[in-house]
Design a protein around this ligand. Structure first.
Ligand code: GLC
Length: 552
């Protein structure tokens, strides 16, 4: 069968900025590098590893998960003070040093901003719950019980149970979309918005390059607190089953259209700081309807720079489905807006465990060659796998609240495997890391893989190097290519005269592609890292689990 090109051709930005050209590396701070021997990763540990990120790996932006003072009910996504650093992770002076050391290496720093909820230990909530007369009494979402004493409506917490908890002092319920220890802020109150925008200014003044906005769509709810309708089919609200949470259609408890006003204002704030140093906003958004997802760019591209795109996590791993997913995304991203792709994060099972090591290499090639900013989860560059955590070490309350549903996230949050020593070089041998490193073997660590020319790390480094060498890979246009093999996904990236074909085999067996639109090409990289040079594109053989980048 002949190969044809689709009509879909997407265009490069005219003046790409750092967050369009570069690659974001997510650091799950608790697990990256412990510098002070307490078994918990910290900011000084990240500073120690900056050379790895910039010189060895070659990424240009890092995203730090929360480092704020926190009781750690939800791994730091329960913030007790937005304007400081938890002593576990360091202090403000260390944070400032991290920014300047990162910037000195051309690394941009994105921090987590957690606007939907605070910790129940945050002084704002302590005041709010203290009395109806307190100055902050309406900074959170309080409501009276129904006549029978039950919660004000049927909304559910993502982490299990009702989204409402009773407060004995106020004799009212407060809303928590996640844990009871994470009360939702009332963003309809102008003083709340002002205070939370001050938080952004505080960190912008300290030099951060952008924010990853936690559950960005949750900020606005139905003001009249209507009940959610039932979802009799129990179809997943997002892309995998969340248990009883999926028994409702979540029409009213998040993503009220008013949320867009917030992001328009937030964007203006970022723009006012972007003259010298362009800053970026990245929203964590779970909107399975791609049209609804795309609205977060803003009607005039005046909201979020990048609404996180989790489709690679949600799509079945086969060539057809992945191509459809990419094409749908390309079709829905507004003209002038910029796509992005995520392959793993601290809320999702490890990609190497989900797909197996061989396909994880194909997945890495895909992530780093699609049009859009890739986000790479720490450890995926060495093929880290889920670690099974014994019950006595479980940290994630989601797992403890809803055991047996496979919702726990500790498995993908274990310490980075730097070397082959006890605790993998994450913390001193005599200290217990906060989560155990159990499945350590001799291969899945940075030191071993650096000297192995065919390792996952060697592949990732080579891919990142090619992205820097060939602008077609970072900012080029994207065009899907129809092929004769249904297990293969082929696309072209083009920037001016520079054209690269990406050919991915999702099957374990060999495939012969007939790409007769071109005669010969030059293999620049195979995921097997064992071949380069001239190939006949009319008879291009891809081995099982092989992906190639081919210059044409
Ligand atoms: C986001 C975070 C997740 C956290 C939740 C509640 O989804 O990524 O880790 O538990 O928000 O803050």
């Amino acid at each position: 069968m002949e190969c044809k090109t689709t009509g879909l051709l997407t265009l490069s930005p005219i003046q790409p900025t750092w967050w369009q050209q570069g690659v974001i590396y997510q650091i799950y701070l608790r697990s990256f590098q412990d510098s002070n021997g307490d078994g918990i990763g910290d900011l000084a540990g990240v500073i120690e590893r900056l050379d790895y990120l910039s010189h060895v790996l070659g990424i240009n932006a890092l995203w730090l998960t929360p480092f704020y003072p926190s009781p750690m009910a939800d791994g730091g996504y329960d913030v007790a003070d937005y304007l400081d650093v938890d002593p576990r992770f360091g202090d403000l002076a260390t944070f400032d040093r991290l920014i300047s050391e990162a910037h000195a290496r051309d690394l941009h720093v994105i921090i987590d901003y957690v606007p939907n909820h605070t910790s129940d230990q945050h002084p704002w909530f302590v005041q709010s719950r203290s009395s109806h007369d307190n100055i902050r009494h309406d900074w959170y979402i309080w409501a009276d019980p129904r006549p029978d004493g039950s919660p004000p409506n049927n909304w559910l917490s993502v982490f299990g149970g009702s989204a409402w908890s009773w407060d004995t002092t106020r004799q009212q319920y407060y809303l928590h979309s996640f844990l009871p220890q994470q009360p939702d802020l009332n963003w309809r109150h102008p003083a709340v918005k002002a205070a939370m925008f001050e938080v952004l200014r505080f960190w912008l003044e300290r030099g951060v390059d952008g924010f990853r906005i936690d559950v960005a769509h949750f900020l606005m709810k139905d003001p009249s607190l209507r009940d959610n309708p039932p979802n009799p089919s129990m179809s997943p609200t997002f892309w995998r089953s969340f248990g009883a949470y999926d028994s409702q259609l979540h029409l009213y408890d998040h993503a009220h259209p008013d949320v867009h006003h917030i992001y328009r204002e937030l964007r203006q704030l970022l723009e006012s700081y972007s003259q010298q140093q362009p800053r970026v906003s990245i929203g964590e958004l779970y909107r399975p309807d791609m049209g609804a997802w795309a609205t977060f760019y803003g009607r005039d591209l005046d909201e979020l720079h990048l609404p996180f795109n989790f489709r690679l996590l949600a799509t079945p791993w086969n060539a057809l489905a992945i191509r459809q997913s990419v094409d749908e995304l390309e079709a829905v991203v507004p003209t002038g807006a910029w796509p992005n792709y995520v392959l793993g994060n601290h809320d999702e099972p490890r990609v190497a465990s989900r797909l197996g090591h061989a396909q994880a290499r194909v997945a890495m090639l895909l992530l780093l060659t699609l049009r859009g900013t890739p986000t790479l989860y720490y450890g995926d560059e060495i093929g880290m796998q889920n670690v099974s955590i014994p019950p006595e070490h479980l940290d994630d309350l989601w797992e403890r609240n809803l055991p047996g549903l496979n919702l726990g996230r500790d498995q993908e949050r274990t310490p980075m495997q730097w070397d082959n020593s006890t605790h993998a070089g994450f913390c001193p041998p005599e200290v217990n890391p906060w989560l155990p490193i159990i499945q350590i073997d001799t291969q899945h660590n940075v030191v071993a893989q650096l000297t192995n020319p065919s390792s996952m790390l060697s592949l990732t480094r080579r891919l990142l190097q090619l992205r820097r060498t060939y602008p077609a890979l970072s900012i080029g246009n994207y065009r899907a290519i129809n092929t004769n093999m249904e297990d293969c996904f082929v696309y072209m990236r083009q920037n001016g005269p520079q054209r690269l074909l990406i050919a991915l085999n999702f099957a374990q067996v060999e495939q012969e592609l007939h790409l007769i639109e071109w005669d010969t090409g030059r293999i620049l990289l195979s995921t097997h890292l064992d071949r380069e040079g001239q190939v006949d594109l009319a008879h291009l053989t891809l081995r099982g689990d092989e992906g190639c980048i081919i210059g044409i």
